[in-house]
Write a protein that binds this ligand. Structure first.
Ligand SMILES: Cc1cc2nc3c(=O)[nH]c(=O)nc-3n(C[C@H](O)[C@H](O)[C@H](O)COP(=O)(O)OP(=O)(O)OC[C@H]3O[C@@H](n4cnc5c(N)ncnc54)[C@H](O)[C@@H]3O)c2cc1C
Length: 454
């Protein structure tokens, strides 16, 4: 008889995981709170589009759905920075033109993965089924059928919770002693706005870039969509003088955008409708451990580690979880207790690292990208990367274009940052850099790169 697994949450990670498991011969039941988004038009939830990079792509290739997904990707080769004063400037993400991130529709991605999963007769989705809890001793997971109100109980060998940042299964683990948990809300929230396509369905600003309007304590970003439009996100303080709380009339919004984002405003005829029609989303970091209880339940994806979106890695990291998990299944079959414990051990320090890197990157995006010292450091960073290709890999490249563990990327990034800081102390241009010092510091402090590429 086939071994049966229950997955709670058929979002991005849950759908991918169901394909990994079906390919390994498991019978998989996926319980998803929402209706089937292929039949009912629903908001796919947070952020309409996402940046997909190498870690996510690797997992999608492993399960064989990347070819299909590659058709809906828009490469973004760098940041297009829109300062308030001064020229718009393009900052490439990598020195290598083959390295870029991709804008993808969350809904389309989820839909393709659900359909890929359902091609396996052993994968069954149960839509409109909301998990209400689980008996950690018996392994029974409980659901409410949102359409009929009926209670449904699933009893399988193991349950995997990919039910997102407000995970019901995590709440179950939280009731147990010995479960460590932290949840930190940012003082910032976000709101989605939009730039429509031009009259011919054309892009009104550069298509192959992630646009940023950095304004020190807040920022606007825009990612391209396949139909020529852009999804724009305002990251903004929740409270205070300049905040969502205060920007509460059409006049104030209009005035604020006229003063702060004049070039974006010209492209946003529906600004006021979007602003007052769309909710303010909150941003938080969740860390917890252990991610499992015995061999009965394991959390993966946002359920185990919700992070802020500023490195564009939440989904990529969730997909990497699934890839690591599948590797452990290949090694240990269905010894769930062993696999669940090893999975948490292998991932935890890395997911903690990307959580911290993501918070750090907020400062970089909203503030530093226009700062002269930052720009000088970036210039020198590129030169050092060219001079030491097997040693000095810029942090952004390590995170987005390599699969080096996040914790290693963070550690190497800190060492490299310190070198750049020391080399730029008291100087104004790259010509003034003490290159002899650079030649000495890099091999002295940065270990050789042994992680290869894709
Ligand atoms: C504004 C914003 C921008 C982002 N941008 C990026 C980006 O550019 N790149 C990137 O990699 N990441 C990005 N992220 C992060 C990314 O969205 C998440 O990391 C990713 O969605 C995690 O996938 P998941 O499957 O773990 O959770 P989710 O995608 O949240 O899926 C959880 C699923 O579980 C279901 N569910 C919830 N509760 C229950 C329940 N009780 N019972 C049954 N089902 C349930 C939900 O309906 C959902 O389908 C962004 C996030 C935000 C908020």
């Amino acid at each position: 008889m086939k071994k049966q697994i229950t997955i709670v949450g058929g979002g991005l990670a849950g759908s991918l995981l169901s394909v990994y498991l079906a390919k390994r011969g498991f019978k998989v039941d996926v319980y998803e709170r929402r209706p089937d988004m292929r039949k009912v038009k629903i908001s796919a939830g947070r952020s309409i589009n996402l940046a997909l990079s190498v870690r996510g792509i690797h997992a999608l290739k492993e399960v064989g759905v990347f070819d299909e997904i590659s058709k809906i990707l828009i490469p973004m080769r760098g940041r297009m920075v829109h300062p308030l004063d001064g020229e718009i400037n393009f900052q490439p993400y990598s020195r290598n033109p083959e390295e870029y991130i991709n804008s993808v529709s969350r809904g389309d991605l989820n839909t393709i993965m659900m359909s890929a999963a359902e091609e396996f007769p052993d994968v069954q989705y149960h839509f409109n089924h909301r998990c209400t809890g689980m008996d950690l001793e018996t392994g029974e997971a409980r659901f409410i059928d949102e359409q009929t109100g009926q209670v449904v109980v699933a009893q399988t060998q193991a349950v995997i919770g990919t039910d997102g940042s407000a995970s019901a299964l995590r709440s179950e683990l939280l009731k147990r002693s010995g479960f460590n948990y932290s949840q930190v809300y940012e003082d910032y929230g976000y709101k989605e706005l939009s730039i429509p396509s031009g009259p011919e369905g054309n892009f009104l600003i550069e298509q192959h870039a992630l646009h940023i309007w950095p304004r020190k304590t807040y920022m606007l970003i825009a990612l391209p969509n396949m139909d020529g439009s852009f999804t724009v996100t305002l990251f903004f303080p929740m409270k205070g003088d300049v905040s969502f709380e205060n920007l509460d009339t059409s006049e104030k919004v209009q005035q604020f955008f006229t003063a702060q984002f004049p070039d974006a405003l010209d492209l946003m005829p529906g600004l006021l409708d979007d602003y007052f029609g769309n909710p303010v989303g909150s941003l938080m970091t969740v860390k917890c451990s252990p991610w499992h209880h015995k061999g009965r339940v394991l959390l993966l994806g946002d359920a185990a580690h919700a992070i802020v979106p500023f490195f564009g890695q939440g989904m990529n990291c969730a997909f990497e979880d699934c890839s690591v998990f599948a590797g452990l299944v290949d090694k240990s079959g269905d010894d769930w207790e062993k696999i669940f414990a090893e999975c948490g051990q292998e991932r935890k320090e890395n997911t903690d690292a990307i959580a911290d890197l993501a918070v750090e990157n907020f400062f970089e995006m909203r503030d530093h990208v226009s700062d002269p010292r930052y720009l000088l450091m970036k210039k020198i960073e590129r030169r050092l990367a060219d001079a030491f290709p097997m040693r000095f890999i810029p942090k952004y490249e390590m995170v987005s274009f390599h699969r080096v563990p996040y914790a290693v990327a963070m550690e190497r990034g800190q060492i490299q940052h310190q070198i750049l800081w020391e080399l730029t102390e008291g100087i104004a241009s790259a010509d003034e850099v003490d290159w002899a010092k650079a030649q000495r510091l890099v091999p002295e402090r940065v270990p050789p790169w042994t992680w290869g590429t894709l």
